[in-house]
Design a binder for this molecule. Structure first.
Ligand code: SF4
Length: 399
């Protein structure tokens, strides 16, 4: 049974310079069309038997894009669209029996009406795309909010009764963007968010940033700055009492994201909307990436599926190694060739090991992708992995 659902809301008022997500620029999105499309997609999957949802969902995540651009009443209708009652409605309850219902918001569109409607509907976790508290930096990114918008949005959420808040921050910017990362981290901490997510900037093809970097208008972000800022964040947030529970996520005790943990633990999940991915019973499938194509496909065929595959045992093993190493819980592994690899990592400060698991340090997380491949090779009966001797390079820390 599937207990975790992601719904993609693809609309943004403007595209940020670095963004290659499945979004469409539209300040006044056709929200009713969106809700009808994802509802119809779900109905088709249910008829196919591809979406055996648990009677009670554990997590529901509305991401984007910018869900706060939508008519806020539409987000509240999602449980009904999934054929589920809304056990978050009514008197507020805490604890694991409550649905963790997250919605993403950008500060400038998180109005009092959005805060009120979402809270009344049962949204109990809000993830804000803050990225920076420096106005020149958010302008460079192409974002529409000011630092005071971010602070006001956090206050609005709390006034509406939603305290489980996460702030997204971006690090590793090009050297020509001179904001102080340390100041940004302190500004975030001043707001006491229970959760912080870090995004390491990457230059993706097709983005404005890619064009600027390849034409020489903007210098390529440096590896040194990326590493320095990541390690500084890990240190400052740990000192402030946050658990670095996953490569790019930090939480005060009790506030780790249950939805993201489900992804990292290999649980089944259902993704609805354009560009969404799903995983269940060893099979993955994904939807058309562009909103217009997805919407046309759903209108025509009742679903937006673009492809599917069954995960091979080899790929499953590499994925479990990679997912295990992402988290502070680490990975339970044993064997002589594994011991050799892990001893090398420990000597370089990349990992620690105790009786139960191997865990990467923040320095190791910077090399996550390479280390996962190295450990996976060590787990193969006959393979002998080459050591990872290259200097610490960037891993893709975006989620
Ligand atoms: S707000 Fe987020 S999803 Fe929208 S364009 Fe910017 S980075 Fe992309």
């Amino acid at each position: 049974m599937i207990a975790h659902v992601y719904v993609h809301a693809p609309f943004c008022a403007r595209r940020c310079v670095y963004c290659d997500f499945a979004v469409t620029v539209n300040r006044t999105p056709a929200g009713a069309t969106w809700l009808a499309a994802v509802s119809r997609e779900f109905g088709t999957l249910r008829a196919w038997g591809d979406a055996p949802l648990a009677p009670e969902l554990d997590t529901l995540y509305v991401g984007g894009g910018t869900p706060s651009l939508l008519d806020p009443r539409l987000v509240g209708r999602l449980p009904a669209a999934l054929g589920r009652g809304n056990r978050n409605a009514g008197p507020k309850r805490d604890g694991p029996e409550t649905l963790e219902w997250t919605a993403e918001a950008n500060p400038e569109s998180f109005t009092e009406a959005v805060a009120r409607e979402w809270a009344a509907a049962g949204v109990n976790r809000i993830s804000f795309g803050v990225q920076s508290f420096d106005r020149a930096t958010t302008e460079w990114m192409g974002r529409l909010h000011s630092p005071s918008d971010a602070e006001a949005a956090v206050a609005r959420a709390r006034t509406a009764g939603v305290d489980n808040l996460s702030l997204d921050l971006i690090f590793g910017l090009p050297d020509t963007v001179s904001r102080s990362w340390e100041t940004d981290l302190h500004r975030a901490l001043d707001l006491s968010p229970p959760h912080v997510s870090l995004y390491g900037l990457t230059v993706e093809k097709g983005t404005q940033l890619f064009r600027d970097v390849t034409s020489g208008r903007t210098p390529r972000p440096s590896h040194a700055r990326y590493q320095e800022e990541y390690l500084l964040a890990a240190e400052l947030l740990a000192d402030a009492g946050y658990e670095h529970y996953e490569v790019s996520n930090f939480a005060l005790p009790g506030f780790a994201s249950r939805h993201n943990r489900a992804y990292w633990s290999g649980a089944s999940y259902l993704g609805l909307g354009n560009g969404a991915h799903s995983f269940h019973d060893g099979r993955r499938w994904w939807n058309e990436r562009e909103w217009e194509e997805y919407a046309a496909l759903v209108a025509q065929n009742g679903h937006g599926r673009a492809g599917q595959e069954r995960t091979s045992p080899k790929r499953s093993r590499l994925e479990s190694v990679w997912l295990g190493l992402r988290t502070a819980q680490g990975l339970e592994v044993a064997g002589r060739s594994v011991d050799r690899v892990v001893r090398r990592w420990e000597a370089r400060g990349l990992a620690t090991r105790d009786d139960t698991a191997v865990r990467l340090t923040p320095l190791g997380w910077l090399l996550l992708d390479d280390l996962a491949v190295e450990l996976d090779l060590a787990l193969q009966p006959v393979a002998h992995p080459p050591p990872v001797d290259a200097p610490a390079d960037r891993a893709n820390l975006s989620t």
